[in-house]
Write a protein that binds this ligand. Structure first.
Ligand SMILES: NC(=O)c1ccc[n+]([C@@H]2O[C@H](COP(=O)([O-])OP(=O)(O)OC[C@H]3O[C@@H](n4cnc5c(N)ncnc54)[C@H](OP(=O)(O)O)[C@@H]3O)[C@@H](O)[C@H]2O)c1
Length: 222
């Protein structure tokens, strides 16, 4: 599968390199092509590089890692996303950490957006087959060895209005060692972004650290 990565930060690097190692063709897209090349150079397999638009054109699947910069402003040709599977892994900025808290409260505070980031992305990219996924674990978990990750049975919560797109992303998650958990349509991204805030509260606010994970499991019926 051809996968375009929009943004070469922690998530772009972790997921892009994971998929490249799993045998997918990956193109890392950055505003700074030197940064994209540095990320691709880490790979044990070859990966291509370019800008955000190159990633959008290249992929059958696009990983969209840019929070609050939607395609109509981040891409020169946002229509390139039409018909493509676009994974939204974004969570909102944490007040007191990523942004100053307007109320100057101590500690960190969360503002889970309604509509969700994923719904806003879908509204901004007509025809894109948006799937919410990968927002409820830290990049460090994604970078774990596949066998180690499989033992932990970590959920990737999946929401989309496109069942086929959701099943492709489930497979991409499971290739890395996660368990895909169907969470219904894109409307449910609001819930899943709330779960993203909850696990970040545990990781940062309760000091559990980046290897804290959250999963849904079903106990055997008695
Ligand atoms: N880090 C995690 O563990 C984690 C886990 C789950 C979800 N998330 C979510 O995933 C998203 C990405 O997180 P991250 O840790 O990868 O962030 P990051 O390392 O800060 O990277 C963010 C990306 O956004 C792009 N960017 C930054 N400012 C921009 C601007 N002004 N215009 C256009 N693009 C801009 C950058 O692209 P270039 O520099 O490549 O151009 C960069 O690749 C966030 O929404 C975050 O909440 C993160």
């Amino acid at each position: 599968m051809r996968i375009g990565i929009v943004g070469t930060g922690n998530m772009g690097r972790a997921l892009g390199l994971g998929w490249a190692r799993a045998g997918h063709e990956v193109l890392f897209g950055s505003r700074d092509v030197k940064k994209a090349k540095a990320v691709a150079a880490d790979s044990f397999v070859s990966a291509q590089t370019g800008d955000f638009d190159a990633a959008a054109v290249f992929g059958d699947v696009i990983l969209y890692t840019i929070r609050d910069y939607f395609p109509s402003s981040a891409l020169k040709e946002p229509q390139a996303l039409s018909g493509k599977i676009v994974i939204d892994c974004n969570n909102s900025a944490i007040l007191g950490l990523d942004l100053p808290d307007p109320g100057n409260r101590p500690g960190i505070h969360f503002t889970t957006p309604i509509p969700s980031h994923a719904e806003e992305l879908a509204a901004d990219a007509p025809g894109a087959r948006v799937v919410k996924a990968f927002n409820t674990m830290a990049a460090q978990v994604i970078e774990l060895d596949r066998d180690e990750l499989m033992r932990r049975r970590v959920s990737v919560f999946l929401c989309s209005d496109d069942a086929q797109a959701k099943s492709v992303v489930k497979e991409l998650a499971e290739e890395l060692g996660f368990i895909g958990v169907d969470c219904g349509g894109l409307e449910r991204a609001q819930l899943v972004e709330g779960v993203g805030d909850f696990i970040r509260f545990q990781i940062i606010g309760m000091s559990l650290g980046p290897f804290a994970t959250i999963s849904v499991n079903v106990a055997p019926a008695r």
